[in-house]
Design a protein around this ligand. Sequence first.
Ligand SMILES: Cc1cc2nc3c(=O)[nH]c(=O)nc-3n(C[C@H](O)[C@H](O)[C@H](O)COP(=O)(O)O)c2cc1C
Length: 291
Amino acid sequence: MEKLKTKYLGLTLRSPLVVSSSRLTSTIDRLKEAEDNGAGAVVLKSLFEEQISYYIKSVPSSYGFPEADDYIANYTRSHSVDEYLDLIHNAKKNLRIPVIPSINCYTSEGWTGFAKNISEAGADAIEINVFVMPVDRKKSSTETEKIYFDLIGKLKNVIKIPIALKIGFKFSNVLYMIDQFYMRGIEGIVMFNRFYEPDIDINKMEIIPASVFSKDNERRYVLRWIAMASAQNIKIDISASTGVHSGDDAIRYLLAGANTAQVCSVLYNKGIQYLKTMNKQIGEWMDQKRP
Ligand SMILES: Cc1cc2nc3c(=O)[nH]c(=O)nc-3n(C[C@H](O)[C@H](O)[C@H](O)COP(=O)(O)O)c2cc1C
């Protein structure tokens, strides 16, 4: 594995393959399985902004006399936040590879101080999955972009570990945004998040979710933008996400300039042990190219 070593977010990874945030990274057993099969790092399943906000609000009310329903709702949510902090502690205790928790958010309001708890739980770095859906036709793209910048400002005030932003590609100018993230001290970007899109069942005339798993042909636009971003020569790490279905796919992204390649759908389809095959494919390619 020595030759597969890479650097990401200031961390040394034994392999460029990172298991991306999903239910595959939600329990210690699965995280161990990822490590045992050669993952370079793991990004824990995301904690959602809503969960954190409820948690924060629930702290003072739990000392009063809340309505029973509120109490149960708050308990459930705060419990999941505590469980998440436990998951980080346990992952750090049981794994040797870097552990990167993830927060999924859409505003910079109210919750960012909590991110400190996560970094203090022993995480090596943090991934922030941020997506602001521009649903207001009166709001300019500049206003939407400001939400990202405000968020970064608040996070950088409280978080001392490296931050990777997991972004979508639908900005007016992705390269401008990446440059701004870099100027504001962000250490890495994950290109890209894959959103769950709706579809329509024309027989039932119902809205249904499109496949949650990626397809091969989704790789092309990611490849283009990773190449464009890495050509900017700015010191921000890039982690490729979407469509890494084999060791060869990971190599394509690395050649385009990514530091790491995140893997999700293929592990759902072929099992976590497929990481071993992918590492082998990368190693064999390296031997072939540089004997
Ligand atoms: C079942 C499932 C759950 C996911 N949950 C999360 C999540 O909690 N947070 C997140 O940032 N991404 C989540 N993702 C997105 C993946 O991390 C990844 O970015 C996306 O699936 C594209 O990678 P792939 O082509 O290797 O599947 C999830 C994906 C799947 C399939």
